[in-house]
Structure formats: C-alpha cells, structure tokens
Design a protein around this ligand. Structure first.
Ligand code: HPA
Length: 262
C-alpha cells in the first residue's frame, strides 16, 4: 500500500479515488491523525494529514512517531510526503517543485527514533528512496534534486542561519521533513518527498516573510502537486527495486551475551 503524507491542502487527492474509509490508528506513541484509506486505479492508498485536522499541530509538535507507526500498522510500504520549503537560492523560485536527495538535520527537540530500547544505527547514506524519487522526478515539472535543511521552527530563519545553510550545501529549508524520513527508513518503508517552494528564505526575499505568502503559493500550486503525485502513483511498480526494505540488516548492535566473540 502507498501513503501520501500531506502538508497543507492536498486532501483533494482522496477525491480522485473512491471507497474512502476514515480511520484513527492507535499506536504506542498516541493516536494518529484521522487518515483516509481509498482506492486509486485498483491500488489501495492512504492519505494522512501531517498536522492533523485544521493544521492543529505545528511542525515541532507533530507526533512523527505516531504518524509513521500508524502507516506501518496499516500495511504501508511506500510513502510520498509533501513539504513546504523556503528556497536558499534565487535560481529556485516560489512555485517550483524539488525532490530532495539528501538532508541536513537541524531539529533539536523531536523524538527521532523508534529504537530507544535497543541499539540500532541505520544507514542513511542515501536517505530518500531512489526509486520513488526517480518516479516523482519523471512525473511532472520539477526543478530537480537538492539538499533539504530541516530546522526546529516554528520561527523562520535568521540571515546568518540562511547564509550558513547555503555554505553547508543546503538547497531548501523547511520544518517538517525530519525526523519523518528517518522514522520511515527505520521501519523499512520507502520514502520520498516533493517539496513545494513557497517562498525565498528569509533575507533572500527583500520583504518580511509572512504565512499568507506561503499559503498563497501552496494554494496556487495545489492542482499541479496533486497531478504530480497522481501520475507518480500510476507509475509505481508492484515490486520495488530498492534496498529500503532491508534497512535493518546489519543495523542492530547485538547484546553482548548474543555475541560469540565476547
Ligand atoms: N523556512 C522554514 N520552513 C519553511 C519555509 C522557510 O522559509 N517556508 C516554508 N516552510
């Protein structure tokens, strides 16, 4: 099964399918937001509003563990996430779509792992599923790939932070991409993101950043984003050609009594 994690305003993807069933999933981390399970061209899919109903939870409060656990419990194998971002460069403009191939994590207070009771170090050399990324890149007009910088938020960035992110190799900056991508990988699900550039990052834009500006662009690009995701879903093969489902092979530190060499 495939899931779409929606940021703001792309619930309409559900209306392109049928047999919608709404559910709230119980997890060890709390209840999930209400998700919609639907059929799209004989494929079962689920839509999850990341911020819950009415954008109730800001990015730093979203219960990422409950969200990803709930999708795993529903039988989801692949996730297409949507994220709003600010652009760190003038060449990437509001309204553009970008498919990140890597990230830099500047979040600070979020629960970022499912493995608190045992030691698991997953490989994230390539943190986004290459197969899903290729499908997204070929399914609509995207500017290409880039490095997603995730901040804790909820405030926007300072000028010095934007300059630092540029120097570090970031392309876009957002608040919702992590730890979501890592948690999906920890549960061996394929995960890729479509970033909608909603603004130039603070200080690149000459004006004060406002939420109205962000939401206006997201609303404008909503239809194209839904089309891009819809086209991608149609292209996804039933068997995947990636290693996401083998993430835990060789990732767990054995307890010392299980190791023959100790
Ligand atoms: N910074 C951080 N998060 C964002 C931005 C931004 O400029 N735009 C949309 N989400």
């Amino acid at each position: 099964m495939l899931a779409v994690i929606g940021g703001t305003g792309i619930y309409e993807i559900v209306e392109m399918g049928d047999e919608v069933e709404k559910k709230i999933i119980k997890t060890p981390y709390g209840d999930s937001p209400e998700v919609s399970v639907f059929q799209l061209h004989q494929k079962e899919a689920v839509f999850m509003p990341r911020h819950s109903k009415g954008h109730a939870k800001p990015p730093h409060i979203v219960n990422y563990r409950a969200n990803i656990w709930a999708l795993k419990k529903l039988g989801v194998e692949r996730i297409i996430a949507t994220n709003a971002v600010g652009s760190l460069f003038e060449s990437i403009k509001p309204g553009d779509f970008l498919i990140p191939h890597d990230f830099i994590d500047f979040t600070r207070m979020r629960k970022g792992t499912f493995y608190d009771d045992k030691t698991v170090h997953i490989d994230v050399t390539e943190p986004y599923c290459h197969e899903l990324r290729d499908i997204l890149i070929s399914s609509g007009e995207v500017v290409g790939e880039g490095v997603y910088v995730c901040t804790e938020g909820p405030r926007f960035e300072t000028k010095a932070e934007v300059e630092m992110f540029q120097k570090l190799g970031g392309t876009v900056v957002g608040m919702t991409g992590l730890p979501e991508a890592v948690l999906a990988r920890e549960l061996e699900m394929c995960y890729a993101s479509v970033c909608t550039v909603s603004n130039f990052a603070a200080s690149i834009s000459p004006n004060k950043l406002t939420i109205d500006e962000v939401f206006e662009i997201l609303e404008e690009k909503k239809e194209d984003l839904i089309k891009l995701i819809y086209n991608s879903i149609l292209k996804i093969p039933s068997k995947s050609d990636c290693q996401c489902m083998n993430t835990l092979d060789g990732a767990e530190v054995e307890s010392s009594w299980e190791r023959e060499d100790l």
